[in-house]
Ligand binder design. Structure first.
Ligand code: NAP
Length: 293
């Protein structure tokens, strides 16, 4: 079994981005700038936004966070998006989800200019990705594809099973794995909560991508000998073996599946670091106007 070390791959990409930022700064004097909108005081969202700001700093990006109380009016949020859309200093904008229930997530996302939508959630970017036009691809699926590419894993002609069909992971990664490009060209099956004979389907996969949101759901009997297993899940569970009192696990029962897999991503240190670095990659592309010219 070979571990797919997302942490190491992400570190290498960060280095490349930091080099590029130094070059851009010398040339233009301006560095890429990522803005984030955060509504309410959800600790997990706060942590995500703080981590994104730290990641920006590490590679030399500017970053700014626009914080709003949980009872902010939708109109006010849309005005903030307009303001950022019109600020030439800001290259990319992310809105930390979920938003409070009185705000229409889609309305806010669709208010972001596709050119600044570095999360790749705007329907224009999703549509462009679907038909193979240049687009921002959302960070987790982008990170998974980059991890596969940099690990030199063969995908063409392979059977790929994606467990989960969410808009942010399962659906886009299944489209990317099926595209006529490398990595891609796989024969993809998408599974979800209504899928029958799940074990039979997952056991036939050369590549199994798991984004189901259920701790250690995938067990060794669901995996083919020699399969590549990508575990997207992240769950914080209590542990008396760590000082913090918790540990992170994935959607795959790592210990037993690792014995059968040819390659597998760990949790933590697999898809997670690739997601953050992919947001930086998208922001760099935005600052260089690579997607929309
Ligand atoms: P999600 O929106 O909850 O989607 C889960 C998918 O799994 C749905 O399509 C659901 O089917 C399917 N599913 C649920 N139970 C099932 C079952 N028993 N059998 C078959 N399919 C089942 O989750 P998500 O946002 O894609 O996230 C998945 C996991 O990845 C979570 O643990 C999340 O925390 C993690 N995540 C990690 C990163 C990262 O950076 N590492 C990024 C994003 C998400 P239906 O459509 O039929 O409901």
């Amino acid at each position: 079994m070979k571990l797919i070390d997302g942490k190491q791959i992400a570190a290498a990409i960060r280095e490349e981005i930091a080099d590029e930022v130094r070059r851009i700064k010398d040339q233009d004097g301006k560095v890429p700038h990522l803005a984030a909108i955060l509504v309410g005081e959800d600790p997990a969202s706060e942590t995500y936004v703080n981590n994104k700001e730290k990641a920006c700093k590490k590679v030399g990006f500017d970053s700014s966070a626009y914080r709003f109380p949980a009872d902010v009016k939708e109109e006010e949020l849309l005005e903030a998006v307009d303001f950022i859309n019109n600020d030439p200093e800001i290259d990319g904008l992310i809105v930390q989800l979920p938003l409070p229930p009185h705000i229409d997530n889609q309305k806010v996302i669709q208010h972001i200019l596709p050119e600044k939508d570095v999360d790749g959630f705007h329907p224009v970017n999703v549509g462009r990705m679907t038909i193979g036009l240049p687009s921002y691809v959302s960070a987790t699926p982008y990170g998974i594809m980059e991890m596969i590419r940099r690990s030199g894993l063969e995908t063409s002609g392979k059977s790929c099973v994606v467990l989960g069909r969410s808009n942010i992971v399962g659906k886009p990664v299944s489209l990317l794995m099926a595209r006529n490009e490398e990595p891609g060209n796989a024969t993809v099956t998408v599974c979800h909560s209504k899928t029958r004979n799940l074990k039979e389907i997952t056991s036939a996969a050369d590549i199994l991508i798991v984004a189901i949101g259920r701790p250690e759901f995938v067990t060794a009997d669901m995996v083919r000998e020699g399969a590549v297993v990508i575990d997207v899940g992240i769950h914080r569970v209590p542990s008396d073996e760590t000082r913090s009192g918790f540990r992170l696990i994935g959607d795959v029962r790592f210990d037993e599946v690792a014995k059968k897999a040819s390659h597998i991503t760990p949790v933590p240190g697999g898809v997670g670091p690739m997601t953050i670095v992919s947001l930086l990659t998208n922001t760099l592309k935005a600052s260089k106007k690579e997607i929309y010219g």
